[in-house]
Each structure stands twice: as C-alpha cells, then as structure tokens.
Design a protein around this ligand. Structure first.
Ligand SMILES: [Zn+2]
Length: 311
C-alpha cells in the first residue's frame, strides 16, 4: 500500500490511495486549511471531554459528601429526639416528686397533729408526658416540643418555689407542735403497779374517813428509776413536808409535774430535762406508808388527773 501526497499551486491538497491490485486509484482532494481546523477541533474535543470528566467527578464527590452529611444529621436528629423525650420524662418525674414532697409534709403535720396542706398539693398541676409521635419529628414539631418543655419546666420552677414557701411556712408550726408534744407529760414516770389513783379515797393511815388524792401512786422497790414525763425545767428540787424529797418540773403551757417520796434526787433546780430522762430514785420519804412514787400533773397550779395525759 502506498500513500501519495501531491502538492499543487492551488489551495488544495489531494490524497491518493493506490492499491496494488487492479482496483481503481482513490483520490481525496481537501482544502489546505482543513488539517489545521481538524487539529484545533481535536484539541477542543479533548479539552471538552476532560472538563466534562472533572465536572462529573466533582458532582459525584459532592453527592457522596451530602449523603454523609445527611446521615450525620439524621443521627443528631435522633439523638435530639431522645434528649427531648428524656427532658419530658424528667419533668414528669420532678412533678411526681413535688406531689410526694407535699404528701410527706402532710404526713409530718398529721403526726404532730396540725392541719394538712392538701390544698397546696392540689395546686400542683399534673404535667402530661408528651404523647406526640416523635418518630417523624420535623423542625416545627421539634420547636413545638421544646417550647412545651420550656413551659413545663417554668411551671415546675414556679411550683417548686411555692412548695418551698409552704415548707418554710410549715417549719415553725411543726417545730412548735413537736416541742409542745415533747413537753406534754404523756408517759408514765415509772412502769410499776398503780396502788392509788387520782380522786377521793380512804385515808391510808387511819383507813377511816375520805381524803382527796391529788395524784397517782406507783408502788415499787426503793431505788427504782423515775423518769421525767415530758421536756421541761426543774423548778423545785428539795424537801417538802408530806412529799418528802420532791421534784417539780415546769413543762410550759402552765403545766407542771410533781414527783414525791423519792429516796434520791438526780437533778437540781434550774436543770433542763428531757422526756424519759431519769430524774430520781423511788423511796418512802415524807408522809408515806412504803416505797412508792406520788406523781401529780398540775395545770396552772391545780392538780388534774395525770392518767388523762398518758398516751
Ligand atoms: Zn400519793
């Protein structure tokens, strides 16, 4: 195979194809500018193709980046949903705790015998857990949920403050009531046999005629421990005719208790005593027929029946 190129004076070139067989010679006549144009076109084509490849690559890369971003955002979204649910549950739990606190306060008040604060407990509104479906949270839903949570927490903080006031206001009445209850002579001074009760009785010395017995007699062995029947202050510790070695304790509220015929006094005038504190030892001093405790409760100086005070 041969290829011939014949240059003429014209602006054309002719390509000839001369086969060795008997076939005809094929000649192609082209203008001289054509190869240049074709070369330029080829360069442009190459440039075009490579640009296209570059753009396609960029788009692919951006697409896969976006996919990553979307899945990252989805993870954040799901985490936020969990956080929102947790906050809602927390709010409900705090609210339940507030109700429990008021109940506890009421129990304390009931125990010490003062009025309940149940009205305040009713004031605590119930916060409902959000029942909205959180599985398909749009940004609108999320901001709505957040604003609900904000409202819930605002309400909770208001309730918390009002509860705080309620507790603060209850502290003094409860303290006063507890100290009143502790002061009341509500226990027996000794757990031995009662041999004489409060009221009129036969004269124990002559066994004739009647006399008023202003207290309760507890018989027992000499040296048996005698307890203070309520919190108070010793206002008398010494000898009184009839009562022998005697203690008088003031409990406030106009109430005093008296412990007579002791063999030994363990506290002195001015001492503060607590309910159940051992204050003396049983004996038979004064006007007594045998070892016993003569116990009196007096209201503004007047003896009353001590058994009314026993729990
Ligand atoms: Zn007596």
């Amino acid at each position: 195979m041969k290829k011939a190129f014949t240059k003429r004076k014209s602006n054309h070139a002719t390509f000839m194809y001369i086969p060795e067989s008997e076939s005809k010679v094929v000649s192609v006549r082209i203008p001289l500018w054509m190869p240049k144009v074709m070369a330029i076109a080829l360069v442009l084509l190459l440039l075009g193709t490579s640009s296209l490849l570059y753009i396609t690559n960029s788009i692919n890369k951006r697409y896969s980046e976006s996919k990553d971003e979307i899945s990252a955002l989805a993870a954040v979204n799901s985490h936020q949903k969990q956080e929102i649910e947790k906050l809602q549950n927390d709010a409900v739990q705090i609210q339940q705790q507030l109700v429990e606190n008021i109940r506890a306060l009421d129990q304390i008040k009931e125990i010490v015998g003062i009025k309940k604060s149940s009205e305040a407990a009713e004031e605590i509104k119930t916060i409902q857990p959000n029942s909205a479906d959180t599985s398909q949270t749009t940004s609108d839903d999320a901001s709505q949920q957040l604003s609900q949570i904000k409202t819930s927490y605002k309400e909770l903080s208001i309730q918390l403050l009002s509860q705080r006031r309620l507790i603060d206001n209850s502290v003094d009445p409860v303290k006063k009531q507890v100290s009143y209850l502790n002061a009341m002579p509500s226990i027996k001074p000794v757990n031995t046999k009662i041999t004489d009760s409060y009221g009129y009785r036969k004269n124990p010395f002559t066994n004739r005629g009647s006399e008023f017995h202003s207290g309760i007699d507890f018989a027992g062995e000499t040296g048996t421990s005698i307890k203070a029947t309520g919190d108070g202050v010793v206002i008398f510790a010494g000898w009184q005719s009839g009562y022998g070695k005697v203690l008088i304790i003031s409990h406030g509220y106009g109430i005093t208790t008296l412990y007579g015929h002791n063999s030994q006094l363990l506290v002195a005038k001015g001492d503060k005593v607590k309910k159940e504190q051992i204050i003396s030892k049983m004996g038979s001093t004064g006007r007594s027929t045998g070892p016993h405790l003569h116990y009196e409760v007096r209201v503004y100086g007047k003896p009353v029946n001590p058994s009314k005070y026993f729990k």
